[in-house]
Write a protein that binds this ligand. Structure first.
Ligand code: AMP
Length: 221
């Protein structure tokens, strides 16, 4: 059983790196942002509560974020463990989390703000299946169309200059203190997120003492 938290500023590759780790180690990948986005797209009550806050790049209330995490983890479908991405994002959420769950490590992806801006503004999301693209290094085969489901690629509502500025400010003010809490417990491994996705994944494995990463051969798929 392995339980990890992954942290990093937006665009640092949290979703991609968690996905790679989860697929290989049979972990359940829990992205709080993805759960909120699913609720927005599907017009649920929760979606209506968070939509505007998310679009501005602000954090939604701790009650709602904690509720999502609690509900997801009480499903107990994580026999081999989980990797949670996008939570905790501030001190109260960190306290809630540490009271309720023990964790094996916190992966901290480090990326300078200038690189964040370049990556986030190039990010596209499939409106059909939610797959992430980055026009810098993971272009779809047909511009504007998802390789996997043929859906339209769109810009996330909070991937604008204004919302990005708010999210970076929120991150530095509120999320850095969470890292300090975890650092005091010696949970944190910091990884330089500027490399390719394979290099970053390999560094994560090395720091956590996990088996090496063997990227799939793209020709084989
Ligand atoms: P993300 O995909 O992780 O960048 O999250 C997208 C948005 O969802 C954030 O900008 C927040 O509005 C909201 N969100 C995600 N996780 C949290 C959280 N732990 N606490 C509050 N808001 C969150």
């Amino acid at each position: 059983m392995r339980k990890y938290v992954i942290m990093g500023v937006q665009g640092s590759g949290k979703g991609t790196q968690s996905g790679l780790l989860a697929a290989d180690l049979d972990l359940v990948h829990i992205s709080v942002g993805d759960i909120f986005r699913w609720n927005v797209v599907n017009h649920t009550k929760l979606g209506a509560q968070v939509r505007r806050t998310m679009a501005k790049g602000e954090l939604v209330s701790d009650d709602l974020a904690e509720g999502v995490v609690r509900d997801r983890l009480t499903q107990h479908d994580w026999n081999y463990g989980f990797i949670i991405d996008g939570f905790p994002r501030n001190q109260p959420q960190a306290e809630f989390f540490l009271e309720s769950y023990d964790i094996d490590g916190v992966i901290h992806l480090e990326l300078p703000d200038s690189e964040v801006r370049r990556r986030v503004l190039a990010r596209r999301l499939c409106s059909g299946c939610g797959m992430d693209y980055n026009l810098i290094d993971s272009n779809p085969q047909l511009a504007g169309t998802c390789d996997s489901c043929g859906g339209d690629l769109v810009i996330r509502e909070d991937d604008t200059e204004e919302a990005l500025a708010v999210r970076l400010r929120e991150y530095h003010q509120k999320t850095n203190p969470v890292l300090d809490i975890f650092r005091r417990k010696e949970y944190v491994v910091s990884v330089d997120a500027r490399g390719s996705k394979d290099e970053v994944q390999q560094s994560i494995r090395k720091y956590l003492g996990l088996p090496d990463y063997h990227p799939a051969d793209p020709a084989v798929g």
